[in-house]
Design a protein around this ligand. Structure first.
Ligand SMILES: NC(=O)c1ccc[n+]([C@@H]2O[C@H](COP(=O)([O-])OP(=O)(O)OC[C@H]3O[C@@H](n4cnc5c(N)ncnc54)[C@H](OP(=O)(O)O)[C@@H]3O)[C@@H](O)[C@H]2O)c1
Length: 296
């Protein structure tokens, strides 16, 4: 039995769909106030209720747990650091303890935003230095999980694509702007190594099935700017990119420093699993464009 936390989120919903479609027994937990995904069995579970988290794992006795629930908004974490730490760190530790008690494998989804962006690309040996509350909660959770022999940490980059749930995402907003032929401002000086939601989900599944512990990066093969990501989407959709307006994050003010380049080096993933975690941006966008066409 698989347990996916955050099954109402982008990655969690795609994980739930992938495992359900491949015939695996799987249950997803969703936040009581959040949307329900379109595929698979789900149960509401508030991660702030640590006793409920422990009881759920005790009752369902999963073999594999992928922890994709989190306070994921950098702004939300900045505005409410106590809640961000409670969910991203304390609930993660409660889940790790519960999974260790039932001998389950745990995969914790961390982020490229544990790095400050000054010396990309980052491999697993690079020293984290988060610039945001969000990144700090993730690195603290990673450090706590180092004490658990049943756990692995996967650091994910920006994820691209349609979730298997109806929820607002930055990607959907950008897609809508392109489809509506509205101006879309995108940073040309902010770089990530994006991966599709489907590839990220498969990477998490492969890591769960392995006996890997410690940290592993699962990113796309290249660092690309937000502008290049938008242009690749326009190309794949066959849309004229004139409405995309290059802009610079260095011209803008943010409450916390925003890393310029957190591209990940994912060669350890390739060495471990014999394939790259993600595909280049044009291939990702071709897949995404097919998904978009299929939902129209
Ligand atoms: N998206 C990215 O590009 C990206 C990049 C790097 C790393 N990651 C990491 O990858 C993982 C998945 O990200 P994502 O983009 O799929 O996140 P997401 O769409 O924001 O989903 C996170 C889910 O966690 C749920 N959640 C938050 N607080 C909860 C609580 N107290 N109890 C129960 N559920 C709660 C949210 O509930 P609601 O439905 O109510 O919102 C949401 O469904 C996260 O660990 C994230 O940090 C994401």
């Amino acid at each position: 039995m698989w347990l996916i936390t955050g099954a109402g989120g982008q990655l969690g919903s795609v994980l739930l769909r992938a495992l359900t479609n491949s015939g695996e027994p799987v249950v997803g937990t969703v936040s009581p106030s959040g949307p329900r995904p379109q595929h698979g069995e789900t149960k509401p579970l508030d991660l702030a209720n640590f006793e409920a988290v422990r009881a759920f794992v005790r009752d369902r006795k999963p073999k594999y747990v992928i922890h994709a629930a989190a306070v994921t908004s950098v702004m939300a974490a900045y505005e409410n650091p106590t809640q961000a730490r409670k969910i991203n760190v304390e609930a993660t530790v409660a889940l790790a303890e519960a999974t260790a008690d039932v001998d389950a494998r745990l995969v914790f989804t961390s982020t490229d935003l544990v790095f400050d962006g000054s010396s990309a690309p980052y491999d697993e040996a690079a020293t984290p230095h988060p610039t945001s509350v969000y990144g700090k909660t993730k690195i603290e959770a990673e450090e706590q999980l180092a004490n658990f022999t049943n756990a692995a940490v996967v650091r994910l980059p920006l994820m691209i694509g349609l979730p298997a749930v109806v929820r607002k995402t930055t990607f959907r907003n950008q897609l809508q702007a392109l489809l509506d032929r509205k101006p879309l401002r995108l940073f040309q000086d902010e770089f990530r190594s994006p991966i599709s939601l489907n590839d990220a989900a498969q990477a998490c599944i492969d890591i769960a099935k392995s006996d890997l512990t410690g940290v592993i990066h699962a990113g796309g093969p290249e660092g690309v700017s937000r502008l290049e990501i938008g242009l690749a989407l326009a190309r794949a959709l066959g849309i004229n990119a004139d409405q995309i307006v290059p802009s610079c994050q260095s011209d803008m003010q943010f409450p916390e420093p925003r890393p310029m380049d957190v591209s990940l080096d994912s060669s350890l993933f390739k060495k471990t699993f014999g394939r790259a975690a993600g595909r280049n941006i044009d291939d990702v966008m071709v897949e995404v464009a097919k998904e978009i066409a299929a939902t129209e």
